[in-house]
Design a protein around this ligand. Structure first.
Ligand code: SF4
Length: 266
């Protein structure tokens, strides 16, 4: 694992997500090292040659840079943390970069939306509660610890994430479950909805994209632990398959009375 501190020149980026104006990535790389991760393309832009999940650059001056950017008069808008890293990956415990960023955003009262796979987010409840507009999502791709360890080797266990959502929700923070990417035959939607009931305000879901340099790693995990699924994944999943998934999501959203805010498909 290679952990390096770096100085960044800018932090507040324009968001490509329709529901957000800005995105902030406190780190380059992500030690959660999810097998299916779409952000691995970042290696190309940052000169990293290590395996995805085995390096992280810590933007050590991120809060100062953000403060300067906001003082320069950036228009208020929804900020997403984060788009190509996890703001609460392991190094956050030590470096507290995300916490520093939240302190600045709170001072300027920017609306925020956080997405993570770590219950470390609970550390910052004191700050999150003070925002006038704040939502926190935790990714739940499975409730099965073994599947989670195979595909998301270094993030919090699924139950820890569900518990984190429950705590945040009880504290009055708007919460959501991000069910994505949906891993065909491994992600069981019904139990996930059941686990999230009463703990989230809505869910979002996403299909599995295997065209972003992640196939080699997915194939390796499937071959080792789920060989019976390899032919199915090799054949890929057509639109008809994802339409069935969408119908199931719509059925569950009614059964459990949890709104589905979006089903992203690549
Ligand atoms: S937590 Fe997110 S950014 Fe980090 S490796 Fe997993 S999918 Fe990628």
């Amino acid at each position: 694992m290679k952990i390096k501190t770096i100085q960044c020149k800018s932090l507040l980026g324009k968001s490509r997500l329709p529901e957000a104006d800005y995105c902030i990535n406190p780190y380059i790389g992500c030690l959660h090292g999810c097998i299916y991760c779409y952000s691995r393309f970042m290696k190309r832009f940052t000169g990293h040659t290590e395996r995805w999940g085995e390096f992280v650059d810590v933007k050590i001056n991120a809060p100062e840079i953000l403060e300067k950017e906001l003082l320069r008069g950036s228009k208020k808008g929804m900020v997403v943390l984060s788009s190509v890293t996890d703001p609460y990956q392991q190094v956050e415990e030590k470096y507290k970069i995300t916490r520093g960023i939240l302190e600045i955003l709170l001072k300027h009262d920017f609306p925020i939306s956080i997405l993570t796979k770590s219950d470390l987010v609970l550390r910052d409840i004191d700050l999150l509660k003070q925002f006038s507009d704040c939502e926190v999502g935790l990714t739940i791709t499975t409730l099965d610890e073994r599947v989670a360890r195979d595909f998301e080797p270094h993030s919090s266990f699924p139950q820890q994430r569900v518990n984190a959502l429950e705590t945040l929700h009880k504290e009055g923070i708007r919460t959501y479950g991000f069910i994505g990417p949906i891993l065909p035959r491994l992600t069981e939607l019904q139990p996930i909805f059941a686990a999230l009931q009463g703990k989230v305000d809505f869910v979002m879901a996403e299909n599995l994209n295997m065209k972003c340099g992640n196939w080699r790693d997915i194939q390796e995990v499937l071959g080792k632990n789920y060989p019976y699924l390899l032919p199915l994944y090799r054949a890929r999943f057509d639109q008809k398959y994802w339409n069935t998934v969408e119908k199931e999501l719509e059925r569950l959203t009614e059964e459990f009375n949890i709104p589905l805010k979006g089903f992203y498909q690549h």
